[in-house]
Design a protein around this ligand. Sequence first.
Ligand SMILES: Nc1ncnc2c1ncn2[C@@H]1O[C@H](COP(=O)(O)OP(=O)(O)OP(=O)(O)O)[C@@H](O)[C@H]1O
Ligand SMILES: [Mg+2]
Length: 249
Amino acid sequence: MLSVENVRKTYHKGGLFSRKTTAVLKDVSFDMRRGECLGIIGESGSGKSTLSRLILGIEKPSSGQVLYDGRNVMDPAVRRGKVSAVFQDYTSSFNPNYTVYEAIIEPLIMMERRTRSSLSARAVSLLTQVGLDGSYLEKYPHELSGGEAQRVCIARAVSTTPELLVLDEVVSSIDVSIQVQILDLFYALKNEMDMSYIFITHDIQAAAYLCDRVLFFYDGSIVEESPVTELYNVRNEYAKKLLGSVILA
Ligand SMILES: Nc1ncnc2c1ncn2[C@@H]1O[C@H](COP(=O)(O)OP(=O)(O)OP(=O)(O)O)[C@@H](O)[C@H]1O
Ligand SMILES: [Mg+2]
């Protein structure tokens, strides 16, 4: 369903007129099949969020390409209604003038051409799934904690049941008790709706809980790939180090 082919991304370094560039992604390639949950694990600055922006067609690779069902994701028609995301920086993905209700139903109105009032039961049920209740519907983003705002973004992203959902550090800011509930929600949606996920995280335990396969990312490259059931077999030193720290913890 998704093919990332020899993707490189470089950014200018040291101001607009500088000729210096740094490679943030270096020849990244992988495939993902429908219904799969693919974890991407890597330390801060390794290029994970950059990769998610390229997969979402928000930015263009410097070279290489990202294909969804064989078509380039830079074409918005390829992604529409099929690919959705919850970003790491949820504050920027939530319009400050919208109530929780308006934020959650906006994609549904656009997709299904439903009227606003016909969707309140749906909005409450989505909120319940992310561990919030109907009393949140009329709140504005500034009245929410970080974890609550993140959960509203998750409710919004799953509302239209996209085929592929890119989740960039979505559970890190949420209480551990609610984290499990949200991971269970993703797991249920995956089975019920045949949804696929790219689950970006530095939390290897969360990845192991949800994912079928993980890619280890280091300094802009994939250094190891492993099915979750075979994580004990990884050979790369960096991947071993990450796994070791979990076993010790
Ligand atoms: N628009 C940009 N212009 C210049 N450099 C950028 C840009 N976006 C990202 N970078 C650089 O690319 C590198 C990778 O950033 P990225 O956000 O993809 O990392 P990450 O793996 O998501 O990290 P984190 O775990 O902290 O979220 C960083 O060194 C960052 O400074
Ligand atoms: Mg990031």
